[in-house]
Write a protein of this length. Structure first.
Length: 282
């Protein structure tokens, strides 16, 4: 899967460059009305940067899993590529996530943090971020001028405010519901012309339903005792990056979702029987 994604991504990038040579303006977009950011034909430069980031995470993850003693210098080229892509895509979140991922690699390899500590962080991180995010949205929607909330909204590029604007009209969803996005009435408090659901936790809170966030948290908690250090690092990055991007819920994007599912079902009697039958057939 990782190989297929990398080959496809390289192909799309080459096509975008080729088309741009013939005058098709699909290479860049304008962010915030000022900055040109490379998107290579994708809908947004962040989408491209995130896809490259997760390809790098998967690639380096597989290298480490296959060879625990893989040298750090072998991991340096993917880091440089990721840094360059996040820079030309003007994607701060991808750049920050890349640094966090490599920090996680170093910590897990050098065993600076014991596995049980990483497992505890991993166990709690999804529900803690989910609840804190929901509280921040509610505070913002109540038109609070709390400096911490306002600063966090700026840090996350206005995502708390956007979610609060939708929450103000739809409320929190428990089982999920359709949410209209797009043009909204101008409001001197929110300063928004349009809204979208941008972030995994926003999506759970407003559209998918909080019940499913609790479900994901439960399966992650149930599986966390089986995670290795590098797997904990991957799921922590997945959880933190989900604050700003909704695509984390697509397995091909944020592959740690597969880790959660895999370990949740690892001791499933039916699946183990299925595996055993397959082995006997082979």
């Amino acid at each position: 899967m990782n190989r297929t994604k990398i080959i496809t991504l390289i192909g799309c990038t080459c096509m975008a460059i080729l088309f741009s040579l013939f005058g098709n303006p699909i290479m860049t977009i304008t962010k915030n009305g000022l900055t040109n950011a490379y998107c290579f034909g994708f809908s947004h430069s962040n989408v491209y940067a995130e896809l490259v980031f997760w390809c790098i995470v998967e690639y380096t993850f597989l290298l480490i899993v296959d060879n625990r003693m893989v040298k750090l210098k072998k991991l340096l080229i993917p880091f440089i590529i990721g840094l360059f892509v996040s820079y030309i895509c003007v994607c701060r979140s991808a750049m920050a996530a890349l640094f966090l991922w490599y920090m996680g690699i170093i910590l897990s390899r050098k065993e600076m943090l014991p596995s049980y500590m990483l497992q505890k962080i991993t166990r709690l991180i999804i529900p803690v971020i989910g609840v804190v995010y929901a509280v921040l949205v509610v505070i913002y929607a109540n038109r609070s001028q709390n400096e911490v909330v306002q600063s966090l909204n700026i840090l996350f590029s206005g995502r708390i405010g956007i979610t609060a604007k939708i929450y103000e009209t739809t409320g929190i969803s428990i089982l999920g519901k359709y949410v209209q996005r797009g043009i909204v009435d101008w409001d001197s408090y929110y300063l928004l012309n349009s809204v979208t659901i941008d972030g995994m936790y926003s999506s759970f809170m407003i559209q998918i339903g909080m019940l499913y966030l609790f479900g994901l948290s439960f399966f992650n908690w149930k599986s966390s005792k089986l995670y290795s250090g590098i797997e904990c690092a991957a799921i922590i990055i997945f959880s933190v990056y989900g604050i700003s991007e909704v695509a984390m819920l697509n397995g091909y994007y944020g592959f740690p979702l597969f880790l959660i599912v895999y370990y949740s079902l690892k001791n499933n009697v039916y699946l183990n029987g299925y595996r055993q039958r397959n082995m006997e057939i082979q």
